[in-house]
Design a protein around this ligand. Sequence first.
Ligand code: EZ4
Ligand code: CO
Length: 402
Amino acid sequence: MKIRGAKVTVCSPGRNFVTLKIETDEGLSGLGDATLNGRELAVASYLSDHVVPCLIGRDPFQTEDIWQYLYRGAYWRKGPVTMTAISAVDVALWDIKAKALNTPLYNLLGGRSRTGVMAYGHANGRDISETSDAVAAHLDRKFLAVRAQCGIPGLPTTYGVPKGEGPYEPAEKGLPSEHVWSSEKYLLHTPKLFEQLRVTFGDDLHLLHDCHHRLTPIQAGRLGKALEPYHLFWMEDPTPAELQEGFRLIRRHTTTPIAVGEVFNSVWDANLLITEQLIDYLRMTVLHGGGITPMKKAASLAEMYHVQTGCHGATDLSPITMGAALHFDLAINNFGIQEYMPHTKETDEVFPHAYTFRDGFFQPGETPGHGVDFNEALAAKFPYERAYLPVNRKLDGTLWDW
Ligand code: EZ4
Ligand code: CO
């Protein structure tokens, strides 16, 4: 079998997605997601201008060699644009391979290691009572794990909290909006949220929280310590992780489990975090982490150091990534939890998929490949629309992490 061609499509059925379809001379095709929130067109160009011409004529079964060809062969290594593009190729090739062998992808990754993939949903609200209602709505839908975020008194808006009605979507149309931030107000308010959630919902529910890289390590240590009585499943992205050593300081102060890595694109972003056991969950994905090929390796390294996976699964990861991630989650031994945010109805129609959710767990489905399809004709009705994540400033205007 040989790769005959590949096509990149950018569409916006509610938000922007970049999709790669690789076609073979035997009629089989595979799909990969290449979406990089707010920088979609850069990855589309990287693929169509620089990668697709190199794929023609290659054997799609050579997932390892083609990955190395695109990673080592480019000379310029790592970085989110490069690694997202490589991921799209890698996931599409694994999809082709599983389809050719007529088996669901998880069978090529080790087979079924568990009965289902536990996922957590997002409960957001402008205040504690709204967030509490959102948690209750997740319990009605049988979620066993919920991430809770809420607005902070004294701050007009908070990232992660919807401004209007309808499901929450991190990117906003047009140029970036701005949020205002105060770590002091946040640190005072957040323990009150979790105190109330434990009073209302008891101890069994898994509760998670995302700090969006906004704290210094010592502030993160303080928050983790304050949250210990409410035994969180994890505290996510407590501090920016470019300085991996910074997590030593957090670890010295708290036993609250730590998750990090949704912005990582290489195991080299997490080598110290893993080997010094500074984190409990690695959030790198098959999308931004360069595909299934390197994620298998990163997960194996993590397994040796008691680190589990907790793949990022926000709406900017297309259903193709969700499908591929669920096969990965089902197969590896050190899976921890999978994030889930609902896509729009239009997105689900553009990407018909085999995965299903029931009683707190996802199943990737038994369709050969990763089980996610792409309706190109429908996608053409939703052209690209400029959209960005918001930026975040402290009360005095200083640009800060989000
Ligand atoms: O900010 O997906 O845990 N989930 C998150 C998301 C991310 C966006 C970035 O593209 O933090 O909301
Ligand atoms: Co996050």
